[in-house]
Design a binder for this molecule. Structure first.
Ligand code: WQD
Length: 357
């Protein structure tokens, strides 16, 4: 029996694959590599010493998705695959709706056909919109501020309807706060395409000299230093949260949402200071206008995940900064450092999937 990890070559997906393999699970990765690099799969094997199958296909290709379930004994799915750039979603909303929503519907239709009804879905704290207060609990009102956030919200609703139509499903909706950091080996990490949208990869690229200075989006918010406050969570803590959610959906039916955050908020300038301390590198910055749609403050109430998943984020902000810097320092150009060597990829059967050695 294997766990299918869609988007398994991505930032959170790759870290979750490492934890799954280390916990003894068999995995199958499905990825179209639009937002990721196959090199991350080599690195997963390097870290864990484990081999696994990868299908280089798109969730919109229903026939090929069905082939994955025909060829493998899938017991559950952790579904990361999706486009996730807030700004980009504003300029190409239809692409986001089609890719994220239709892709998820196709996945669920194929799962249903093969009687696989255990699903962990990668949602986001963005479904809370601009929270009226913090800490944010799962019962807070939901709203979305951009097409990316709306795809997450709509998929949560689609999955709720799916459960109402068939109570045999078991679904966990994981609402991530702000994932940062990297595996302690420095072999896998966040490798954004182009100029980073998010704070930490921007900071690390300034520190490594790829970008000149950080633009701090506003310092007039009602916070301790005027800059935005977020709940940063180590990506390895987040990955472990997926294994706890997998345990939950494997032993029950139903659908439920869980915040995956630390419950602590840090401002942008506090993050700059923490990173400088961890990396011993100066991060030059300038204050610019607020970014449209940004909340002043957002951090989680993580109690429900503690009580129902037995999960608590453990890593400190210092560790998050140290591990982010180690990844960036070892991989100044991300995975593009080591172009995937085609000889290393054994093409098997129709070439629709390959096993990395
Ligand atoms: C964090 C803080 C910015 C960049 C979004 C999505 C969420 C998830 C994570 C996909 C804010 C400030 C940022 C910069 C800055 N995305 N900032 N200069 O906006 O909380 O969450 O990304 O999964 O769903 O909503 O994260 O890292 O962009 O911003 O000052 O160059 O850093 O204003 O206060 P955000 P972020």
């Amino acid at each position: 029996m294997a766990i299918l990890v869609t988007g398994g070559a991505g930032y959170i997906g790759s870290h979750t694959c490492v934890e799954l393999l280390n916990a003894g699970h068999e995995i199958v990765v499905l990825d179209n590599f639009i937002n990721s690099n196959p090199e991350s799969l080599n690195r997963i094997s390097e870290i864990t010493g484990c081999m696994f199958k990868t299908y280089s296909i798109d969730l919109l290709d229903k026939e090929k998705v069905d082939q994955v379930f025909e060829e493998n004994d899938i017991e559950a799915v952790i579904h990361f695959a999706g486009l996730k750039a807030v700004g980009e979603s504003l300029s190409i909303p239809l692409h986001y709706y089609h890719n994220n929503i239709t892709g998820t519907v196709v996945l669920c239709e194929v799962m249903k056909r093969h009687n696989v009804k255990k699903l962990v879905f990668s949602s986001s704290a963005t479904v809370y919109g601009i929270p009226k207060q913090c800490p944010i609990s799962e019962e807070f009102p939901l709203s979305a501020l951009n097409p990316y956030g709306r795809t997450k919200l709509m998929i949560e609703e689609i999955l709720r309807d799916l459960y109402v139509s068939d109570n045999a499903w078991s679904i966990a909706l994981l609402r991530y706060f702000n994932p940062i950091g990297a595996h302690k080996s420095g072999l896998i990490g966040e490798d954004p395409n182009g100029i980073p949208n998010n704070l930490m990869p921007y900071i690390t690229q300034v520190a490594v000299g790829k970008l000149k200075e950080l633009s701090v989006f506003g310092n007039q918010y009602p916070t301790k230093d005027g800059t935005g406050i977020r709940d940063y969570i180590h990506v390895v803590d987040l990955a472990v949260g997926h294994l706890r959610a997998l345990d939950k959906v494997s032993n029950s039916t139903g659908i439920d949402a869980f915040n995956l955050g630390t419950g602590k908020g840090y401002s942008v300038l506090e993050m700059v200071e923490a990173f400088e301390k961890a990396s011993l590198k100066k991060v030059h910055y300038k204050i610019v206008d607020e970014r449209h749609g940004d909340a002043a403050v957002s951090y989680a109430d993580p109690l429900k995940a503690k009580q129902e998943l037995g999960w608590v984020a453990e890593k400190s902000i210092e560790e998050m900064c140290e591990d982010s810097w180690k990844w960036q320092m070892k991989n100044p150009n991300g995975y593009k450092n080591r172009i995937v060597d085609e000889e290393n990829l054994h093409k098997v059967n129709s070439g629709d999937f390959f096993i990395l050695n």
